[in-house]
Design a protein around this ligand. Structure first.
Ligand code: NAG
Ligand code: NAG
Ligand code: NAG
Ligand code: NAG
Ligand code: NAG
Ligand code: NAG
Ligand code: NAG
Ligand code: NAG
Ligand code: NAG
Length: 484
């Protein structure tokens, strides 16, 4: 073939490789005001993102992904595992409704079904341990029966504590002893069927859980005392964690099972280590390695990974910590938080959502003549924060430098915006007033909510704000402390 043709061919090949090795994103929807699915899909394609991981199989989202060219991992929520593990028919129905229809008549490029989500987390108290394998088997059989066996693979996104190292270096890796038998049965099934193992790996959590964790070890290539594991050099906890899994697989005879990093990322608010700098640094360093196909000492080459996450979700449970609502590359309204080069577009930066509609430019704040000592203040703030999102208030967060009045205003405004600026949502007794002057200061942004279908927004709010008590307590004690 001619030089030109050869060049075109090489370019095409490189393009295909870029598609295969490109970074994916997680798209979660636990928000009071989610962006319309079509807006999000446009964001995904505008940013050149080729792969998306979902936590369910919502038909409005799958419809929006129709003919988008984006590869999709759909998810089976944990609360469906029991049904699907116990009934072949239920699994066939699930696949028919949630996979087959979308693949065959809707042009959705579904590649994976994630069976459960972090099912062996301690929070679940072992209740899913016996369900994963039969659910996997039933879903896989249903996919094969539907003629999708070669096209759609099954996997299970595991939290990274299903494996550990007895020696604290990767070569000591093995599956956790209390669930080892179950893990080996699952891995054998995945291996026999050419399915990947999925692990969610969080250097941020390593740092959050352990105040003595060396911070540079959470990032890439700046750690001064790397681990030497028989000649394999570990400069960051991601590589070490990933290769602990590789050793666990290899030691048990499954060294060829491929690995997907199901979730990886860094939050931007709600904790002293959750900020824009660290998040940008972590995500950029990680993405650059994925784009370069660097891999890990045990598995050099492309890493298949999905960033967590695409957009902030203000209705997530804050049981893990106040940072939980701030994992997005984008804020709730689809505005990028910082520049990030995903290696997928010419612009080398994140591209904002288009056509987002906002409510009017008005905020609810503490009335200027109201006193912070008013006995109604404490119950009003605790009510507001229990029903809205105050996770940006607190020590070393984006609104951590507000004074007492600012704190109260912030809480009032969050409540007002989450309630779509209803007049009745800015009626804290003799304490609040609507203003058209932006109260934002420094890094602390007083939001204006986006317009959405209010009915669904209200329904989701009440269902998902699961555990505001801890935060309320922190906020209340801080307020009381500053008042007394
Ligand atoms: C399809 O998936 C959705 C979301 O996971 C679920 O609510 C629904 O029950 C599923 N359909 C069937 C037939 O199982
Ligand atoms: C967890 O399981 C144990 C034993 O099965 C039980 O005693 C305990 O109450 C459970 N805890 C929760 C939170 O479900
Ligand atoms: C998906 O499944 C097919 C057939 O079961 C298998 O050949 C292939 O290797 C799998 N692909 C991945 C990425 O796991
Ligand atoms: C890398 O480490 C050096 C020395 O410990 C430090 O001065 C520098 O700020 C670090 N770089 C980053 C990006 O943190
Ligand atoms: C790592 O350890 C091996 C022996 O296991 C040694 O040969 C090698 O020089 C060490 N590398 C570094 C950079 O310390
Ligand atoms: C693993 O893959 C390698 C290379 O593809 C192959 O030579 C080897 O036989 C495989 N091992 C097993 C246990 O399947
Ligand atoms: C982030 O970095 C910039 C400069 O690189 C610095 O001015 C700013 O204070 C940093 N912010 C945080 C939250 O660390
Ligand atoms: C405002 O609230 C934050 C978070 O609760 C607290 O850390 C801070 O001390 C408060 N500031 C004042 C002046 O009350
Ligand atoms: C509001 O203030 C007025 C006048 O100061 C007072 O009469 C009224 O009782 C207050 N209302 C509430 C709900 O505190």
């Amino acid at each position: 073939m001619g030089l030109f043709k050869g060049l075109v061919f090489t370019l095409a090949l490189l393009l295909i490789m870029a598609v295969v090795t490109g970074i994916g994103v997680n798209w979660g929807t636990q928000a009071t005001h989610p962006l319309p699915p079509s807006t999000v899909v446009r964001m995904i394609t505008d940013n050149g993102i080729q792969k998306v991981k979902l936590f369910d199989a919502d038909s409005s989202i799958l419809n929006a992904l129709s003919n988008s060219g984006v590869q999709v991992m759909v998810g089976i929520p944990n609360d469906m595992l029991s049904t699907l593990a116990n009934s072949v028919q239920a699994a066939e129905n699930w696949v028919a409704t949630n996979v087959s229809t979308h693949v065959s008549s809707n042009g959705v490029d579904i590649r994976y079904v994630a069976v459960g989500n972090e099912p062996f987390l301690e929070t679940y108290n072992g209740s899913y341990i016996g369900l994963i394998l039969p659910a996997l088997q039933n879903i896989q059989a249903a996919l094969i029966k539907a003629g999708l066996g070669a096209q759609v693979n099954v996997t299970v996104p595991f939290n990274a504590d299903v494996y550990q190292s007895s020696t604290n270096i990767p070569s000591g890796g093995d599956f956790r002893s209390d669930i080892k038998d179950t893990m080996l049965q699952i891995v054998q099934f995945l291996s026999n069927n050419g399915n990947p193992f999925t692990a969610n790996i969080y250097p941020f959590i390593s740092l959050y859980d352990n105040p003595n964790f060396p911070i540079d070890y959470a990032f890439f290539d700046n750690y001064s005392s790397p681990i030497n594991d028989s000649g394999r050099i570990y400069k960051n906890v991601f590589d070490a964690n990933h290769d602990t899994l590789v050793w666990a697989l290899q030691k048990n005879g499954y060294g060829n099972v491929s690995i997907i990093v199901g979730e990886i990322g860094w939050p931007t608010d709600g904790d002293k280590n959750a900020n824009l700098n660290y998040s940008q640094r972590f995500n950029q360093e990680f993405v650059s390695r994925v784009v370069a196909g660097t891999g890990t000492p045990m598995r050099p080459g492309p890493v298949d990974a999905y960033l967590f996450s695409l957009i902030d979700e203000d209705a997530k449970s804050i049981q893990p910590g106040n940072f939980e609502r701030h994992w997005g590359l984008f804020y709730f309204d689809g505005q990028p938080k910082y520049q990030l080069n995903l290696g997928t577009t010419n612009s080398n930066r994140l591209i904002a959502a288009k056509g987002v509609q906002y409510l009017p430019q008005k905020w609810c704040v503490l009335f200027p003549s109201a006193s912070v000592d008013d006995p109604q203040v404490a119950p009003s703030v605790s009510y507001a924060c229990a029903n809205a999102d105050c996770t940006s208030l607190g020590y070393e967060t984006s609104c951590g430098n507000l004074d007492a009045r600012g704190n109260i205003s912030y809480a009032f405004n969050e409540y007002y915006q989450i309630n779509n600026q209803l007049d009745s949502a800015c009626k804290f007794p003799n304490l609040s007033v609507v203003t058209t002057q932006d109260p934002s200061v420094g890094t602390c942004k007083f939001i204006i909510m986006i317009k959405t279908d209010t009915a669904s927004a209200v329904g989701k709010t009440s269902g998902s704000l699961r555990n505001p008590v801890g935060l309320m307590f922190v906020l209340m004690s801080a307020l009381l402390y500053s008042i007394t």
